[in-house]
Design a protein around this ligand. Structure first.
Ligand code: 0RA
Length: 638
């Protein structure tokens, strides 16, 4: 019996090793999961789900259930083979216990050749265990249900048989440790998005998701894989050809899948995955893909005399205009690089992807001339627009609008010329802009008021965008240039702070700006230069003193703290313009006092999606969106 084996265990060298390992994880959690904020928190979920996905890739699992419970725990269940419970030959304890407490204990089983254990991924279940207040593992195997509980990584009792069981599988339920994480609240949308993504990337599996906190539940199964993923991404767009192109090839041990489809917009949306991990910073696989796309389309166009000479050759930007693509590669020993480990470094992968896409895409276009034709027409139009944009830029440059000395008149610049300490506030409206100009610290804080509707970047091309005065002023002030001239090192302010009203117009402007930066100023958001200012919603006044509250809950807490409403007046700020310069500075601008949120790439992607729904050509998704959000958005101005 299993129990007997356990009780025979003593406090020996291996248990000391376990305690040291767990202590190391708890002491420096960020070394294992990147951070202890909400991102790190969700990493725990990804780690557990990845283990179930490994069973899917091994062909031994078809279903995964993920649940978020009211007690703050998360449960992941699969119908895979079940984590082995048999005595581990080296450690002389149940393998389940070893997997849950020792670094890379499971690796000897080599369950999945494309298993990732680099960077922040594949850190192991013992890391999840170490960072959980408690964790319960249940395994169905060889006709029995086994279970074992852990607290902060250490066993609280032996592996026990809880009863008979049919079939096989694993359930892991854990509650993140609130003494480790800044927040322990899972975000439904974040989890849902990742599970949906995984179901597209792994069409064999069905993933069920229940959020017991709000009673919602969803099931994801996409037999069409990444081709269906691309169709889904393009759902709110007009497409150039109905079925996404799907290519699959293997080069050496690298497995390569590509799905792509063009829409009538002007943006590029290439999502790239390595072993199911979203490489938001690209890498060698993306470089290989891009180079093959440009080359293949140019060859195709030249052979058919659609492009006549080198001067007319299509550039990478031309062939990626309106492109929606999912690239999914499986690499044996991926090397992830960069701050967030979101870029693939393996140099050999570039050549593999490039060769595979060159061959398969040429073949596809040969067999589908109608698709090839529409693609080239689109890219040639893009090339012509590029030429027009170049001329427009030339003109603007000669007028001295975009280059040195031509800073926009509305910009109240700061004295400092050191970008690392300089801040630029983008303020909604001239009135609030005036207040901010008075309230700021002139030494390092600059203010640019934004008036009028900022151009809809979803529909606009680069040349048209440059004709928009507000956008031109903004880009000139930032200093990085745009398009071919883009240079992030010329950034004039390392903090760019969006300061808008807490209403629908404000959030609309924020959506536009985030999308603009995400699309047109590469790296600005990724490198952490964009922030969102948090202005207070209420001023709670008693006697001579004012306390500011940034939410309804905080207002109620402040009032309660003052002993109730007696002698208390509450002012609600409907916009930034209602505050005095001093108040705005004290609450929203002054370092040390203000609250700034750093915009993430995920925020920008969300804004981007929202904008294409709100501004796109398709009426139906927009109607659905507005209907779904009718309660939040009362006077949507689009
Ligand atoms: C080690 C070996 C085997 C399966 C697993 C681990 C396993 C781990 C997890 C984590 C979540 N779900 C899981 N399912 C399986 C293979 C065991 C065998 O060959 O029977």
């Amino acid at each position: 019996m299993v129990q007997e084996v356990i009780s025979a265990g003593t406090y020996d060298a291996s248990s000391i090793q376990v305690l040291e390992g767990l202590a190391a994880v708890r002491k420096r959690p960020s070394m294992y999961i990147g951070s202890t904020d909400t991102r790190g928190l969700h990493h725990l979920v990804w780690e557990v789900v990845d283990n179930s996905i490994d069973e899917v890739l091994a062909g031994t699992c078809t279903e995964i259930w993920v649940a978020l419970y009211k007690d703050g725990s998360c449960g992941v269940t699969d119908n895979g083979r079940g984590i082995p419970v048999e005595t581990h030959p080296k450690y002389q304890r149940p393998t389940l216990e070893i997997v849950m407490t020792i670094l890379h204990a499971g690796s000897k089983f080599d369950r999945n050749t494309y298993r990732v254990s680099g960077g922040l991924h594949g850190v192991g279940l013992h890391v999840v265990n170490a960072l959980s207040e408690w964790l319960e593992a249940r395994v169905k195997r060889s006709g029995q249900l086994y279970e074992q509980r852990f607290e902060r990584g250490t066993v609280t009792g032996p592996l026990r048989v809880a009863g008979p069981a049919e079939g096989t599988g694993t359930e892991i339920r854990f509650r993140p440790d609130p003494t480790i994480f800044e927040t322990t609240e899972f975000d439904r949308d974040t989890v849902e998005r990742r599970l949906k993504e995984l179901s597209f990337l792994n069409p064999q599996v069905t993933i069920h998701f229940d959020d017991e906190r709000d009673g919602s539940s969803t099931t994801f199964h996409h037999a069409g894989g990444i081709a269906e993923f691309v169709a889904d991404l393009n759902a709110s767009h007009q497409v150039l050809f109905p079925e996404p192109v799907y290519l699959h090839a293997k080069r050496n041990s690298t497995d390569i899948e590509v799905a792509l489809q063009y829409n009538d917009g002007y943006n590029e949306n290439v999502l790239a995955f390595v072993n199911n991990i979203n490489t938001t910073d690209g890498g060698t696989h993306v470089v290989g893909f891009r180079s093959a796309l440009t080359r293949t389309l140019n060859d195709y166009a030249r052979e058919r005399n659609l492009v006549k000479n080198d001067k007319e050759a299509l550039t990478g930007e031309d062939v990626r205009e309106g492109l929606t693509c999912v690239l999914s590669v499986k690499v044996l020993e991926p090397q992830f690089e960069g701050q967030t480990k979101a870029r693939l470094g393996n140099s050999e992968v570039k050549g593999h992807v490039e060769a595979a896409v060159n061959e398969k895409l040429a073949e596809f276009l040969e067999e589908h001339p109608a698709v090839g034709q529409s693609l080239i027409v689109k890219a040639v139009q893009a090339a012509q627009a590029r030429e027009a944009a170049r001329k427009a830029r030339e003109l603007t440059r000669r007028k001295g609008l975009l280059e040195g000395g031509g800073l926009p008149g509305k910009l109240a610049d700061c004295h400092s010329r050191d970008p690392t300490v300089s801040e630029l506030f983008l303020v909604e409206g001239d009135s609030a802009g005036g207040t901010a100009k008075q309230g700021r610290d002139r030494e390092f804080q600059a203010v640019l008021p934004l008036r009028g509707k900022i151009l809809n970047v979803e529909k606009a091309r680069l040349d048209r965008m440059l004709q928009n005065e507000a956008i031109r002023a903004l880009l000139t002030a930032i200093g990085t240039g745009i398009g071919d001239d883009f240079d992030l090192t010329k950034l004039r302010y390392h903090k760019i702070i969006l300061m808008t009203d807490a209403d629908v117009d404000g959030s609309h402007i924020r959506t536009l700006l985030l999308t603009l930066f995400y699309r047109k100023v590469p790296g600005l958001i990724r490198e952490g230069h964009v922030f969102i200012a948090q202005a207070p919603l209420y001023g709670v006044r008693k006697g001579g003193s004012v306390t500011y509250a940034y939410s309804d809950e905080e207002r109620d807490r402040v009032v309660a703290g003052l002993g109730g409403m007696k002698g208390v007046t509450i002012q609600r700020y409907k916009g930034l313009g209602e505050m005095t310069a001093e108040q705005l500075d004290e609450t929203t601008m002054k370092p040390g006092r203000r609250k700034l949120l750093r915009a993430t790439v995920e925020d920008a992607q969300e804004a981007d999606r929202l904008l294409s729904v709100l501004m796109g050509e398709e009426v139906e998704p927009r109607r659905q969106y507005i209907e779904a959000h009718a309660l939040e958005v009362t006077n949507l101005d689009i």
